[in-house]
Design a protein around this ligand. Sequence first.
Ligand code: NDP
Length: 305
Amino acid sequence: MPNSDPLFLSESRVEQLLVFDELLPAIEKALIDFSAGRVIQPLRGIVPMPQPGAFFGLMPALFEDVFGAKLVTVVPANAGRGLPTHLASIQLFDSQTGETLAVMDGRIITAWRTAAVSAIATRELSRPNAATLAILGSGVQARTHFLALTRMRSFQEVRVWSRTPEHARKFAGEIGATTVTVEEAVRGADVIVTVTNAAAPIVRGEWVKPGAYVNAVGAVGLKAREVDDVLMRTATVIVESRESAACESAEIVQSGAPVYAELGELLAGKVNKPEAGKTIVFKSLGIGAEDIAAARLVYRKATAK
Ligand code: NDP
């Protein structure tokens, strides 16, 4: 018989338990372990849903003493229903016994683990004196990325662009940023974050200042693009997983841009950081190890005596 009933952790409980300063080292370890081959993680499985652009994703991973899977739905039409477009739950198991430990909300974890990965990459790869931040997008990830990245660099100016001007204005008002066109946001920015559902590139390489650092987060899968081939081909490209990059990133596959390193390889010191002054794209896709590391952290806090 299992030791006890699995824990159920709602979205609000996960939000209480997930502390960003504790999440950062957990995510850093997951990235290092992943690149060192200590994580078992197949590519995510994707099942199309009937609504336009909607899909169900299955993201399993074994990390340290737990294994589990994030089950995620992406339903773009939810934006018009007042619902989050990304919803998820995570199920955790004991890796020794296979007992179910917990079932928890995965939406908050998705929002924060993605921003935590970008924050770590920004800390490692952007200029320490980066002064201008451009955020393209105004949704869930835009908000967590603003909070996470401003922990890493002291930006003097934050620029926001979003497809729907009203959304851009609302978000910019919340964070004290200015709203501009995409080109105005990108030109001269030291750090650029793309967190949109765009299907075709919105960022042109010719606008990007040499030496800028780009977190390209929104385009996941072989159909979506946010940045163009010019940027991909001129930048040094860093990813979470070479395998995911080759199978799940239109930006990498279509541009043919070589991958310089996995973030975990840089964090472990196995690969040198790109030379100072290089333009860098961190092509974020999200990997199951990040979700399971975050869920393990939340579970441990929930069960701490
Ligand atoms: P939201 O639904 O909260 O926000 C979506 C954003 O995309 C809005 O700002 C919206 O702009 C914009 N947008 C939608 N369609 C288009 C379009 N055709 N062209 C340009 N902009 C568009 O989503 P999230 O913030 O949760 O996610 C943002 C992106 O990040 C998604 O693509 C998601 O799949 C991806 N993602 C990536 C992860 C990773 O690990 N790399 C993890 C989680 C998400 P507006 O409202 O102004 O119209």
